[in-house]
Design a protein around this ligand. Structure first.
Ligand code: FE2
Ligand code: FE2
Length: 160
């Protein structure tokens, strides 16, 4: 990578891989969740995640680059950590609370990735692309808040 444009392209590919991996992981998380509301949060965010993936495809098409070909190792690790946790949780309430903890790590990772991508897009003068990425960033923030509310209102207390 020799300039900000190339760094931006790298970030987009990384995010694309992250969203792609999440698209496969979220249905499993929805299936394993032992709380109806938490299940719904995962199902809803799966639909948003598919849209996030599509948005990056559209952006890459506009920039004339291939979104595929990179693996986001951080997302791979986060998903592996979640799978390991699911094997270790021996109580339904603990499982729900721990799933929220893992899912929030994922959302925070995405928030930092999209935050950077929006800044780069603006710096490079890609105004419409920045707007599209900001839309995803807003949805990641919202997903994080929904998970947080669910933990605070009920699920952490139940796991006690
Ligand atoms: Fe996403
Ligand atoms: Fe997300």
């Amino acid at each position: 990578m020799k300039n900000l444009e190339e760094l931006f392209e790298h970030q987009l590919k990384d995010l694309y891989s992250a969203e792609d991996q999440l698209t496969a992981a979220l249905p499993k998380m929805a299936k394993k969740a032992k709380d109806a509301k938490l299940k719904k949060v995962f199902e809803d965010h799966l639909e948003e995640t598919k849209e996030h993936k599509k948005r990056i495809e559209e952006i890459c098409k506009e920039l004339d680059i291939d979104p595929s070909g990179e693996t986001c190792k951080a997302m791979k690790g986060l998903i592996k950590e979640t799978e390991d946790f699911l094997d270790e949780a021996k109580d339904d309430d603990v499982l729900n609370a721990g799933m929220i903890a893992e899912a929030q790590r994922v959302e925070h990772y995405e928030i930092s990735g999209y935050g950077t991508a929006v800044r780069y897009a603006k710096e490079l003068g890609h105004t419409a692309i920045a707007k599209k990425l900001q839309k995803t960033l807003d949805e990641e923030y919202k997903a994080d808040k929904t998970l947080n509310d669910l933990a605070e209102q009920r699920l952490n207390a139940k796991a006690k």
